[in-house]
Design a binder for this molecule. Sequence first.
Ligand code: WTA
Length: 660
Amino acid sequence: MSDTGGETLSNLLREERRFPPPPELAATANATAAEYERADADRLAFWAEAARRLDWAQPWDEVLDWSRAPFARWFVGGRLNAAYNCLDRHVAAGHGDRVAFHWEGEPGDTRTITYAELTAEVCRAANALQALAVGAGDRVAIYMPMIPETVVAMLACARIGAPHTVVFGGFSAEALRGRIIDCDARVVITADGGYRKGKPAALKPAVDEALRECPDVRNVLVVRRTGQEVDWADGRDVWWHDLVDEQPPEHEAEAFDSEHPLYIMYTSGTTARPKGILHTTGGYLTQVAWSHWAVFDVKPERDVFWTAADIGWVTGHSYIVYGPLANGVTSVMYEGTPDTPHKGRWWEIVEKYRVSILYCAPTAIRTFMKWGGDIPDGFDLSSLRLLGSVGEPINPEAWIWYRKHIGGDRCPVVDTWWQTETGAQMISPLPGVSVCKPGSALRPLPGITADVVDDTGKPVPDGSGGYLVLTDPWPGMLRTIWGDEKRYVETYWSRFSGMYFAGDGAKKDEDGDIWLLGRVDDVMNVSGHRISTTEVESALVSHPMVAEAAVVGASDATTGQGVVAFVILRGEAVAAAGPAADSGADEVAARLREHVAREIGPIARPRQILVVAELPKTRSGKIMRRLLRDVAEQRALGDVTTLTDSSVMDEIRERLPGAG
Ligand code: WTA
């Protein structure tokens, strides 16, 4: 359990500040303590009631079929349409004029889209996809900036039963191609580009490059956002404004089976190949809608909700698109970066739209801390009443800063633990009920069961650490890894018998509350993004100069972790580079950093690359990443006795910048 970090742990558990819910919030909270009682009394009845928040074309016969565990079926026999639940039914209930999105482009252009308008646009796009011969079950890849058409594209897919796979716009052509091929997508929806950091950033060229080796993709539907020049493949490429705008704004939403695939989201695992996490319709929508209602206490008539994340991640899927829309809530959506054109951009947006609930990642909070509290202090943030955190452990100081500088010391902060695989929030305070502790996600939400276990799968006593597991199936759970049932069972359900292994270390405090401590596997968490060490290693060794590579996540004050790589160069490559090769280590490192950015995406670009002569290995040949992490974090080395050759570490240390 060395990875769960003894030192951090004891610091965390000395945290004694407590924050009870504000009385006004508690008095009117959507979710009260009764939710826990109902769920404890009958978990399946609790979820059945949550499912009744949705409109079903046909009710289910059975809440959960777990007879083929770990393959779950929820709301068996039920039929519904996800897009209808997010759109039409709100219009039918008389809320067509309610704003669905206040969209803010990075350059300052804005759009306000009502539920009626969004419904019409999704119908047009659904008709357009059908005109491109996309049918139920066909996969559609979406590679887009943060613009309203991204939401429209996702919901149009959902409406016609075509599972979407949204690929984060920051990923490379290579990463996009891998995902398109893995899920066998036949249509890609993209844009010429989007605005990032004050400039148009192109997307279409990456699609063109990816498709050079994807012969099965028939069409590319292209939104014009930036007006950049694009290459055009006649017969394959279609402008969105040519095809979608001319479609009728009506479209009959067919009801699909509760277990019909809704989307595939690729995420990094412990191997080089990302996993296609499959989510289906009824259970997923039930849990995202319920959790969004309970954890964010949303009041659709008056709240303005903002998840400041990218739609290319699961947080965007569940809490920009499906959760808020299923609940008929008004959201803010922002295209760009937080420091464009100035470092107060987010707070200007909160002030402008009177945002009442904000959800973001600790890495953003730590960045704002670095920029200084006087920046948010200069804006009117009095509309805020609730704050959320997601994506990585939030350290108590960041939590307190968030509460104080953004939340005016009055807003509760809900630290929500969940994963791409869980689909929705799993461990979190309920803002009207829980007494919050800075840095703790507290306890499983009603209807969810979790525990912390030791190596043998035995629950640890309060006050001890171990591995986080989920002990019962839940509605939003992944159903499988796309095309790889075996890997699904092995990755999640084999480490501990009958339990879902999350890959996170955790600790139960003396009250039994849960503190998340980060990954225990080879997955790094950089700015809230999951990146696999193996994936970066395999990108590095794909470069002709590299013989061997080892990658670790080193703690980083702002991004949580930073990618640090140790590489051994190929002798012939070094020789070819000439006599200056050694002094050219910086040059080599720079080239390799760019190579990784190109192979995977800029988020995976190593913070630091050290060229070394050898890597520390155990006698069985396993690289001792723990020692490399010690080096990267400039700490005293841990136990080196299992190394084949302990002088290796001395040499590595000498290569460190600043080593004397
Ligand atoms: C981490 C993002 C601590 C965790 C929704 C998990 C967290 C991984 C928290 C999933 C939190 C997420 N506290 N750690 N509140 N939320 N994590 O799939 O390591 O991108 O396994 O889903 O992020 O990342 P993913």
